[in-house]
Design a protein around this ligand. Structure first.
Ligand code: NAP
Length: 186
């Protein structure tokens, strides 16, 4: 899902479902391997959203252990030391529409620290029934439409339960994320 893009891949990756199985077993090991292969953009940050109380240190330690367990390459502490400071944990119930403004401010602050230029990738690693809820939250908080930066949305399968619900979801995404086919893609 694309709106504006200028070819600069600096970004904050926001993972909804950051404490879930997919994040621990697949997403974080994949990010680790991107660092290993020197393929992650220089200016990059990862914000994991979850409901559970935990400090960023606790969250990073859990991710370290998951990468060690699930990555195709066993963890090398030098590589981990590059990824670790990019990872943040943000506690927030994504069904609470009043919470998105706080997340937005947190991401804006992170841009200053990480030089990520307001660019966003929202990864919905959550059960499908929450896709529209989160997209609504991104819409009302102004996080979907960026003025001088770009945003992307990644949706996990299944995309709807059948053709009708897949079309409904597609229409919602097109309403919120304004596709511009003249801009660049990646
Ligand atoms: N696991 C896989 O290998 C896999 C493979 C292919 C596709 N998928 C798809 O990926 C998605 C996620 O699967 P999963 O296995 O990772 O699920 P999961 O282990 O149940 O994780 C769900 C995540 O959503 C969070 N969450 C749920 N309700 C929330 C709320 N109201 N506010 C904030 N966070 C909330 C949970 O946070 P808490 O920690 O607070 O509960 C947890 O981080 C699903 O759509 C699934 O079909 C998964």
């Amino acid at each position: 899902m694309v709106n504006k893009g200028d070819g600069d891949l600096s970004a904050v990756l926001v993972i909804f479902g950051g404490t879930g199985d997919l994040t621990h077993r697949k997403l974080m090991p994949a990010l680790y391997n991107l660092v290993l292969d020197k393929l992650l953009p220089k200016h990059f940050a990862i914000v994991s959203v979850g409901r559970r109380d935990k400090t960023v240190e606790e969250y990073r330690a859990e991710i370290h252990d998951s990468i060690d367990k699930h990555s195709r390459n066993k963890i090398d502490e030098t590589i981990w030391s590059k990824l670790e400071p990019m990872i943040y944990y943000y506690k927030f119930d994504f069904t609470d529409m009043t919470g998105y403004a706080g997340l937005n401010s947190f991401l804006d602050q992170l841009d200053q620290k990480s030089n990520t230029k307001g660019n966003r990738v929202f990864y919905l690693a959550v059960a499908p029934e929450y896709f529209e809820t989160i997209v609504n939250g991104l819409q009302i908080s102004g996080m979907a439409e960026r003025k001088d930066s770009w945003s992307r949305l990644v949706i996990e399968k299944p995309f709807g339960k059948d053709l009708k619900t897949a079309n409904q979801l597609n229409n919602k995404l097109l309403e919120v994320f304004n596709l511009d086919y003249s801009s660049s893609y990646f």
